[in-house]
Every structure is written in C-alpha cells, then in structure tokens.
Design a protein around this ligand. Structure first.
Ligand code: NAD
Length: 271
C-alpha cells in the first residue's frame, strides 16, 4: 500500500456528523480525501467530491478508483424502519465492500456500533470475543456489516477494521455517555491510526475515549496504536443526575435507550 502519509482515502457519509469532523481532522499532510455522500459538498485542494448514493454501484465503482483505504460511514445512524435500514445499511454496505474488492482497494474501515452488543448487562464488561447481541434493527445491520467485513478479509484478503463507535459527541450528554463517549479528537485519532497502521487482517475496535467508566475491553487498539486522550469523567458531576431508573432496559443494558425502544420482552430472561 502507498506510504501512510500519502494514502488516498475515500470517506462515504462524509457530509455527516462524524464525516465532517474526520474531513477536518484528516485533511492535509499529503493525504488525498475523496468525499462521497448523497449531500453535495464543495472540494478543497487535495479533496475530490462525489455526490451519489451507496445504492448506485456505478458511482461506487468510480469512487473506488485509485483508493488505498475506504472509511465507510454512510447509512442510517440510529434505529429506524426496516425500509430505511435495508437499502442504506444492509445493501449499501454490501455495495461498498464489493466495490472495494473489485477495485483492488486494500483496506476498509467500517463504522460499526456499540449497539451490536447492546443487550449485555451494563454491570458486565464486554470485549470483542463475545457473541453479538444487537439491541435494534440498526444493531443487526452493524453486526451484518462486521460479518461482511470478516468475509471480505478471510475470502478476499481485504484488511478490515470494524469500529464499534460509542457516543460521538462534542461532550457527553447523559450518565450513560460517561462510559460510552468518544470525543471528536479521539475519533479522528482512531480513524487516523486505522488508516496509517501497518498491514493487518481483521480487527474490531471500540470507538471510545479514555473514560474512567469505560466497560469495553479494546485489545485491538494496541495493534493500530490507538491511545485515546479524553475522559468523560470531567462531566460526571453535572450528568450523573440524568439517568434512567433501575429496571428500565435503558439503564440495565449496554445499549441504553435503544434497548428500551419497542421493548416487550422479559428483561429477567436476558442473562
Ligand atoms: N454518531 C455516533 O455516535 C455513532 C455511533 C455509532 C456508530 N455510528 C455510525 O457512524 C456512521 C456516521 O454516523 P453520523 O453520526 O456521522 O451520521 P450522520 O447521519 O450525521 O451521517 C451519515 C451521512 O451518510 C450520508 N448517507 C446516508 N445514507 C446514504 C446513502 N445511501 N448514500 C450516500 N450517503 C448516505 C448522509 O447524507 C450523512 O451525511 C454511521 O454509519 C453510524 O451508524 C455513529
């Protein structure tokens, strides 16, 4: 692959919240950014822009040309109707991996989510070897994306890093996010580490800051050299009061409010 400082990086979903922060944080230093989003964007020097849908396989083929690494963010970023999750997160993610393979792209960084392990008890730490336990159709779509990534790594030799992003915010908003927050600068650093890292096969990393209350074990962080700097604890005094009551699935499980959405199950049976 091209030397790290000169890598050509395609960002899907580049006009979104994470995409805009990555675009600013990764800009410059010899790296070329190609920005792909259904929303129009204006290019700066060393940037290229494509306004298209990840449902459009011809546009994706064009976007992959000459690219070293894809950062795949595009999709529905929260729980949604199946009619929205299916084309954007399921079919769209397949299209991105398949276009990368066909173009000979070496590396794909996939924006997964903590919601792939949402129904683990909040009192337990969770790592990357436990079976997935999605808390939503959205979480299922991310588990699917991780499985697709594993397939493309094993079968086709792509290097794939799946980022189980926690809560990407300028600052944490509630008590849960004291554990799950990832700051803007740590998010940029995580993605930069994955772009620049020496060759790897398949990694799963939690996208989380250096929070004192973090409950996610992150062994693959060392492989890419990710060392987060921010800690949500500085916001604890003001946020600890804003939390759901015990017995509420939003409080009892890793996935927070997503676990309570449409919940008609029996929480006692979720061991
Ligand atoms: N923000 C978080 O805290 C968080 C946490 C976990 C995972 N993630 C994941 O990170 C990614 C980015 O999240 P975000 O918060 O920036 O979301 P966002 O909604 O702000 O950005 C998503 C971008 O993707 C684009 N997009 C959506 N569907 C598309 C399509 N079919 N074709 C082309 N572009 C399309 C949108 O126009 C938007 O600009 C998502 O995949 C999300 O699931 C985010």
């Amino acid at each position: 692959m091209t030397a790290p400082q000169n890598r050509r990086v395609l960002i899907t979903g580049s006009a979104g919240e994470i995409g805009c922060v990555l675009r600013a944080g990764l800009y410059g230093g010899g790296r070329t950014l190609r920005l792909f989003d259904i929303k129009p964007q204006a290019a700066r020097p060393d940037e290229e822009v494509l306004a298209a849908d990840i449902g459009d396989t011809a546009a994706l083929a064009q976007a992959m040309h000459g690219i070293d690494c894809v950062v795949h963010l595009a999709g529905v970023p929260r729980e949604g109707a199946w009619d929205a999750i299916l084309p954007n997160n399921i079919i769209g993610t397949y299209n991105v991996f398949e276009a990368a393979r066909n173009a000979g792209v070496k590396r794909v960084i996939f924006a997964s989510s903590n919601h792939v392990i949402g129904y683990y008890r909040a009192t337990e730490a969770v790592g990357i070897s436990e079976p997935e336990r999605p808390d939503s159709r959205y979480g299922v779509s991310k588990a699917y994306g991780e499985a697709l990534g594993r397939l493309y790594a094993d079968k086709y030799g792509l290097e794939v890093a799946c980022l189980r992003i926690g809560s990407f915010r300028a600052r944490p908003q509630d008590a849960r996010q004291l554990a799950t927050w990832i700051s803007h600068r740590d998010m940029v650093e995580l993605v930069r580490c994955c772009i620049d890292a020496a060759p790897f096969h398949f990694l799963v990393l939690y996208g989380v800051s250096n929070n004192a209350r973090n409950r996610w074990q992150n062994p693959d962080a060392a492989t890419v050299g990710y060392r987060p700097l921010d800690n949500a604890e500085q916001y604890a005094a003001e946020l600890e009061t804003i939390k759901p009551s015990a017995g509420d699935p939003a409080a009892d499980f890793h996935g927070g409010a997503f676990c309570a959405l449409e919940f008609t199950g029996d929480a006692r049976r979720i061991d």
